[in-house]
Design a protein around this ligand. Structure first.
Ligand code: SF4
Ligand code: SF4
Length: 383
């Protein structure tokens, strides 16, 4: 770790330590102890976060300290046009992981689906939180923003405030903004053709820098990792062309896939449930979109790290990419008309990975193109 960077983080943590704690009566150490999680496990978790954020292991004690101070930054979470899958990703866990416990520990000042107040009391809680912590709170927004009929496809509360107005107001008073999930990041399913509510990404509401944490849903690790980065550094991480943190979305699913050896060997599942499926062959021919998708699912996994779609036997559907509902479908057939340099004509988010991976992939890409063409011919013959 560079000395200057270490000093900067230590200064940041010192400043946080001086800020009022929202959980004075209940430290993170107490909470972990109550849940049966040892200090050793906690330090292992901090080491895992360091690795995930592509930081040196020397950052581990600083990350542990940052987690202990994470209650200094209030969080406001808004639910706009969404299905609550992103909140569920974070909270639904039979045996809560340290990631989801950190979320319990932070000062979550407002979250419609988790908090007790409802109706006008909920509205009041939000207004109070936005005024009390003006310029200090982290805003997390789940869901797209309907722009149709001047935003009236989504109104919230007794005063029928539109989601658009609410998001604009909340962004203007926040310290940092995270768009959680593909709907908030890129419009998501709400913005899929024909997009009757004219839903748009959160970034359409304001000119502020917004960190996109896409996925349908994103893993709890990507949400908590983004939060921990902000607690640790107090600024935005390196972002790709779609404003996604590169530590989480900098590598293609295909390049971190446990079935990649099967792909390179030309061993493909031809139909779900066949012998190839039982042997763990590559899922490209049954529609896997891993070659076009940037995310770290094979590393972070879901449901407390139990599994991820490709491990469970279904191909990636590309949920962390813009417009995936329209552009990645049909989900269980290979795409016939994509090159590997698909984003911004090859100059976008996948450009670097393409440059690195293209040499390795050329041979298999030719195989894929041939396969896709054959599929097209078969389809046109009605086979
Ligand atoms: S991004 Fe996906 S999981 Fe999250 S709210 Fe939207 S549809 Fe649901
Ligand atoms: S095509 Fe899909 S299943 Fe096959 S190696 Fe790539 S990411 Fe994995």
């Amino acid at each position: 770790m560079q000395i200057k960077e270490r000093e900067r983080i230590e200064k940041r943590l010192e400043e946080l330590e001086k800020m009022p704690s929202f959980k004075e009566e209940h430290s993170i150490a107490q909470m972990l102890q109550e849940k049966g999680i040892s200090r050793r496990d906690f330090m292992k978790w901090a080491g895992g976060i360091a690795t995930m954020l592509a930081l040196s292991p020397a950052y581990t004690p600083l990350i542990a300290k940052a987690a202990e101070l994470s209650d200094r930054l209030p969080v406001i979470w808004l639910n706009l046009a969404e299905c609550t899958g992103c909140s569920e990703s974070l909270t639904r866990s039979e045996f809560p992981s340290i990631d989801s416990l950190i979320f319990d520990y932070i000062s979550l000042e407002y979250h419609e689906t988790l908090m007790a107040p409802s109706g006008w009391q909920a509205e009041l809680s939000l207004q109070n939180a936005m005024e009390k912590y003006k310029g200090r709170y982290i805003l997390m927004v789940e869901g797209g923003v309907p722009f149709g009929d001047e935003g009236r496809f989504l109104t919230i509360g007794a005063h029928a405030q539109t989601g658009k107005e609410l998001a604009k107001d909340a962004i203007s008073k926040s310290a940092a903004v995270f768009a959680i999930g593909t709907c908030s990041s890129f419009g998501g399913v709400q913005a899929a053709y024909p997009n009757p509510t004219n839903a748009k990404p959160l970034s359409s509401v304001s000119n502020r820098s917004i960190i996109n944490v896409p996925g349908c849903p994103p893993s709890e690790r990507n949400i908590v990792g983004t939060l921990m980065y902000y607690v640790l550094f107090g600024n935005l991480p390196a972002l790709d062309a779609y404003s996604r943190p590169t530590w989480a979305y900098g590598t293609r699913i295909h390049d971190l896939c446990e079935r990649r050896g099967r792909f390179d060997a030309g061993e493909f599942v031809e139909n779900f449930g066949d012998e190839g499926a039982k042997k763990g062959y590559c899922l490209y021919k049954v529609g896997c979109k891993g070659p076009y998708t940037f995310n770290n699912c094979s590393v972070s996994k879901f449901n407390s790290g139990v599994s991820w779609p490709i491990q469970a036997g279904h191909g990636c559907i590309g949920c962390s990419e813009p417009n995936f509902w329209d552009t990645m479908a049909p989900y269980e057939k290979p795409l016939a008309d994509r090159s590997f340099q698909s984003v911004f004509g090859g100059m976008g988010a996948d450009w670097t990975a393409d440059k690195v991976g293209l040499a390795v992939l050329t041979a298999t890409a030719i195989g894929i193109a041939a396969h896709a063409t054959i599929m097209k011919i078969k389809e046109s013959k009605g086979e």
